[in-house]
Write a protein that binds this ligand. Structure first.
Ligand code: AMP
Length: 395
């Protein structure tokens, strides 16, 4: 895949698909600029080459044109982060916008209005994609978070730039870091898969089983495995229709020589509430009326040992209900173990919506090697899928 490093943008206008789907408060101020900062290196490289940038993004899930989802709200935040006064086009296509793009001088940036004001964006409409393509000479995709969608601006548009298309730094580094874990890893490799349900992680587990030496399973999904193995799990989360599947995964792991580590104890509660009564119990002897909401102290020690002897670590999904302080201990212990392994030289990658939230909440962002920004896109790469946005750049 070509990246911006393989191109020179002197006197060229780059049309960049960015992911500026940022959170806004009630005053329409950007409350987290992470996504804008993530696109900055690509934009700066193009400007420093002597090029100009047309930026296009979606924001939220508008139903037609909805003022509250206008990208005009983020113009000053983008200007602040990039350090250049950004111009704004109040439509993402049309004559006026085309004129603004054509008049752009080297060093200048034009931000387009929300792509999703047009239903054609999500439909992957080729005519809409063609209109967008007329706004730049080189197409750059730096929106990893939407690379798994075959939308007009993320995928369909690429065909109008047969030779002039490439990945931005963010997209390229996301792919590189995930590939480092999946195809280019230093053993021993451990994957920690947590979260609520087996069903949402089954494809990931299937794809990584023969790529990892150890698989740690935590969170709500562990109880489906424990029950399948004959344990008593009280009223813990369980997917009754996945019990057979759980046994199949365990058998496959054995056949592939992948060691599975399930929790041996749990912090159990008499209600799904912060104020609930709690105690520690053996994972397969949870009394009636009690539910496991975090892994227990013995499990923390076992998981830590596995993590500390690993050289490559993938973490997706919390091992407990970390949103409630009482049940966050296991997830924090896990983060600490990964941080320690990273200091000792392991490569650690964290990704997927809730693990990123946990990493942010407990201050682990700078203590792991890489935090993936694209929840769905990252999961699909871990599932072994080819992302349409990436394929379109390679064709
Ligand atoms: P996921 O989106 O599948 O990664 O699931 C993340 C969610 O799983 C978080 O909101 C956690 O609160 C939840 N979770 C983790 N452990 C448990 C558990 N033992 N019981 C119920 N929910 C859990």
């Amino acid at each position: 895949m070509k990246t911006v490093n393989d191109c020179n943008f002197e006197n060229k206008r780059a049309l960049i698909r960015v992911d500026f789907n940022v959170p806004l408060n009630e005053y329409f101020e950007v409350t987290d600029k992470t996504r804008i900062e993530a696109a900055k290196p690509t934009i700066i490289k193009i400007l420093e080459d002597g090029g100009s940038c047309v930026l296009m993004s979606h924001l939220g899930r508008p139903n037609g044109v909805e003022e509250k989802y206008s990208l005009k709200h983020i113009v000053s935040a983008v200007s602040d982060v990039i350090g250049v006064r950004v111009k704004f086009a109040s439509d993402c296509v049309g004559e006026e916008t085309k004129k603004m793009a054509d008049n752009l001088q080297p060093g200048e940036i034009l931000l387009l209005e929300n792509l999703r004001f047009y239903k054609e964006e999500k439909e992957g409409d080729i005519h809409f994609a063609k209109k967008l393509s007329e706004l730049g000479a080189v197409y750059v995709n730096d929106a990893f978070g939407t690379a798994h969608r075959a939308h007009a601006s993320t995928t369909v548009i690429a065909q109008f730039f047969p030779n002039e298309k490439c990945a931005g730094f963010l997209l390229a580094s996301e792919v590189e870091n995930i590939n480092k874990v999946l195809y280019n890893s230093t053993p021993p490799v451990v994957a920690i898969i947590g979260g609520a349900k087996v069903s949402s992680k089954i494809t990931v587990i299937n794809n990584i089983l023969d790529k990892v030496d150890h698989l740690i399973i935590g969170g709500g999904m562990a109880f489906t495995f424990i029950k399948a193995l004959g344990g008593t799990i009280g009223s813990s989360l369980v997917e009754e229709d996945k019990l057979k599947l759980a046994l199949e995964i365990l058998a496959q792991a054995k056949a592939k020589n992948t060691q599975i580590h399930l929790p041996v104890d749990a912090v159990i509660a008499d209600a799904f509430r912060e104020e609930a009564q709690t105690q520690t119990a053996s994972i397969n002897a949870i009394p009636e009326g009690w539910m496991g909401l975090d892994v227990g102290p013995e499990t923390n020690q076992i998981f830590k040992k596995v993590i500390l002897k690993s050289k490559t670590i993938l973490w997706n999904g919390p091992v407990g209900v970390f949103e409630m302080q009482k049940f966050a201990t296991g997830t924090i212990a896990l983060g600490n173990a990964i941080a320690e392994a990273t200091v000792n030289g392991a490569f650690s990658l964290v990704g997927g919506g809730d693990s990123v939230a946990a990493v942010k909440k407990f201050g682990f962002t700078n203590k792991v090697s890489y935090v993936s920004t694209g929840g769905g896109a990252m999961l699909e790469l871990l599932e072994g899928k080819v992302l349409p946005g990436i394929k379109a750049l390679e064709e």
